[in-house]
Design a protein around this ligand. Sequence first.
Ligand code: GLN
Length: 434
Amino acid sequence: MIGSLVADYLTDAIQDAASDTSGSLAEYIPELANARPQNLAAAFAMADGTVHGAGDVDVPFTIQSISKPFVYALALAERGFDEVLRKVGVEPSGEAFNQISLEVGTGRPFNPMINAGALATHALIGPSGGDAHERAQRVVDGLSAFAGRRLVVDESVCSSEMETAHRNLAIAHMLRSYGILEEDPRAVVDGYIRQCSVLVTTRDLAMMAATLANHGRHPLTSEQIVDESVVRQVLSVMATCGMYDAAGDWVTQVGIPAKSGVAGGLIGALPGQVGIATFSPRLDRHGNSVRGVNLFHRFSSDMGLHLMSVPPASRAVVRSHRIVGDGADVIRVLQLQGGIRFAGAERIVREVADASPGEHTVALDLTLVSSIDDVAQRMLVELARRLTIDGCRVILIDPESVVSETHLADAGSIDVVPRLLLASADEDRLTARM
Ligand code: GLN
């Protein structure tokens, strides 16, 4: 009962969303015109792999364009940023997903989320000049790693799309003529359509999105599928280009990096928090799921998921600031807490600077610090270094080693201890004993 709190919320949300029967199926792919339009599901996958779901979360459908950000991630991981950026840009096109257009001058597709960019990205998987079938299999393997289970291709959707793929073939030929594609255009379209025809469930998509939200590490298998730097690039492109010509509306109103697919899937990845997926096959004029878009609007506002709404980072980092002990043993103790990033570290530095400590010893207590990013570590270490130059003794209370050895090496002579030992039961008469 208590454990189903989030699932109950999702059940309510999809019940409300069900009344909207507007939009239409992606009829340009004959097999998708046979989809069951009333299908409806929503799932949240958390960083520890817990999935909360409601509706048809285990009904399979084809991934379609939701494959694009994941294959982009695989290409970046395999080929590196420079090579991928030479072939595919990162600018929102403001156009439909299947627009026949390339960047003037470079001939590059605008971004990897539109078909032109996705075709070029698909061709970057595996060794250049490699076998097209092996490439497609490698893509399916990569998507499976993101899902955490072996995924398969829906052969009937795949051949159905291939039969009517004139537009994608036109785009691929155009890419070939500009030298962006060096392979046989037909083989690339074939592989790309196989990629789009991979079967997933809403549960799978939530888990794949959670892998992006979880800095590239799969929440259940713990496999680091791609580097954090790759994930940052992918989420940025999703935020600006994932919803095609509706991208501006999306980022302002929903504010979650997202990607839609014409079979009705929609994913959102909120970094550090949650992977979200919805499924409902009727599409709006942009090719995005009508009910999926509505659900994401609701999730974002109900749960404060907009990327630009972040809690104040600095106010709460100094939990207490006290002078303890007496005589020669007097210590200034700053107890820090929570996650510390740039603004939090700046606050700590200023708090110490404003106090211009007259005491011989300053202790920074990191016991309650849950995370401290690279820049914040460097700032605290530099603070410690400057304090020691001023003749202060600096103690870092760091029981869980949140500050890395590498940074500590730059700190000069500071004492790192797991805790300050009490000389007596009196909390205010602390003495450092090391
Ligand atoms: N396979 C589809 C296509 O290339 C994918 C489009 C989409 O999902 N937006 O047209």
